[in-house]
Design a binder for this molecule. Structure first.
Ligand SMILES: [Zn+2]
Length: 92
């Protein structure tokens, strides 16, 4: 049970800290500017680095990266869907 709770805590921490543009956990972003909800690859503190991007572009870009890392298909599907819920892309 203890190991299970530890795993939940780990994934929860990752989930709440995802960049709200590309879904990368901000705990992995060494250049991250404190207080920014976006990672340093997406946002320089003032504006988006790749401003003309659409959700479809980002889904394609991130999936390409995950494929190159041989990520499991379940992870790829999860991230594909998760991207649409991020602040930069969600419509609600
Ligand atoms: Zn990002």
């Amino acid at each position: 049970m203890h190991i299970f709770l530890k795993a939940i805590k780990h994934y929860y921490k990752k989930e709440i800290s995802r960049c709200q543009s590309c879904s990368m956990p901000l705990i992995y972003d060494k250049q991250h500017l404190g207080g920014n909800i976006y990672c340093s690859y997406c946002h320089d503190g003032e504006s988006f680095i790749n401003n003309g991007m659409t959700l479809g572009d980002m889904q394609q870009k991130v999936d390409h990266l995950l494929r190159s890392r041989h990520s499991h298909i379940i992870i790829r599907i999860y991230i594909y869907l998760r991207l649409a819920t991020l602040k930069r892309w969600r419509k609600l």
